[in-house]
Design a protein around this ligand. Structure first.
Ligand SMILES: [Zn+2]
Length: 140
């Protein structure tokens, strides 16, 4: 359950961010996941629906942005962005390549409602915070 572990850590980071900000509820989570992580967006969404239960993010939406990887061909010098996992240069077919990026696993923002006054929920406003997911960060 690779996706469930990711979903749970996303919810945990969202919860602690919401707690820090005194938010009453989390509206949405935005994250970036690299193709190298081989995360299935559908499975992640299902896992997220389980992980968010009973938390401050119980009805939060999950927005996933898939991040591609970059390839530098040592043979023909081509620099391309790949949308999926690749082991050869798409231009010349050489396997003498360098790959970078594509390993992002990052919660880029959390949308939440912050109440200034508990008795007046109409005063709620949205706040966006940047937070990184666990100890994994995006390697540029
Ligand atoms: Zn090439």
């Amino acid at each position: 359950m690779h996706e469930f572990a990711i979903a749970r850590s996303l919810v945990e980071v969202a919860e602690s961010t919401a707690r820090e900000r005194g938010a009453s509820r989390v509206v949405a989570l935005h994250c970036r996941i690299g193709v190298v992580r081989q995360v299935d967006a559908g499975s992640l969404r299902e896992a997220f629906e389980m992980a968010r239960e009973g938390t401050i993010a119980a009805d939060a939406a999950l927005n996933v942005t898939q991040v591609g990887m970059e390839l530098d061909c040592q043979q023909c010098g081509k620099h391309v962005e790949l949308s999926s996992w690749g082991f050869a240069c798409p231009a010349c077919g050489s396997t003498d390549i360098r790959l970078h990026g594509g390993d992002a696993l990052e919660l880029t923002s959390v949308e939440m409602e912050v109440c200034d006054d508990d008795r007046d929920y109409k005063a709620a406003h949205s706040s966006e915070e940047r937070a990184s997911c666990g100890d994994e960060s995006f390697a540029a």
